[in-house]
Design a protein around this ligand. Sequence first.
Ligand code: ZN
Length: 148
Amino acid sequence: MASTASGTAPPPRSLPVVDKDSQTFWTAGEQGELKIYRCQDCAYYIHPPVRFCPQCESRRVEPEAVSGKGHVVSFSINHQQWVPGLPVPYVLALVGIAEQDDVRLVTNIMNCPPEEVSFGMPVKVYFEQVEDLWVPLFEPDSEGAPRP
Ligand SMILES: [Zn+2]
């Protein structure tokens, strides 16, 4: 993995282990897209990405771009600095995507004071490039409606 030293590098993040199936999820952000695996037979979204549909047992599963909108299902505020350079406190959250509520992404809620994050808060994706990955992060979506 090539990386160049730079004084403007973003805060370091612990990078995920990327395999064949999760590669699309971690790189589609280069095109500004959040891509989730979807069953081509029954239209069910599958995450974490595997080429097998738990609903209909189809193996015709392909990544598809979703809206990038969702809501906060649960979250915690971390005050402990796990990674050098990562600002604290930060919000670790589970975000449900708008297309299918049981697709839940482990992510951070950014561009928002941690004390203003709430359950059901509408959020939208953006991407932060770290080496050759585009990490999906979420920020408040002022146009979205909160979930009950
Ligand atoms: Zn299916």
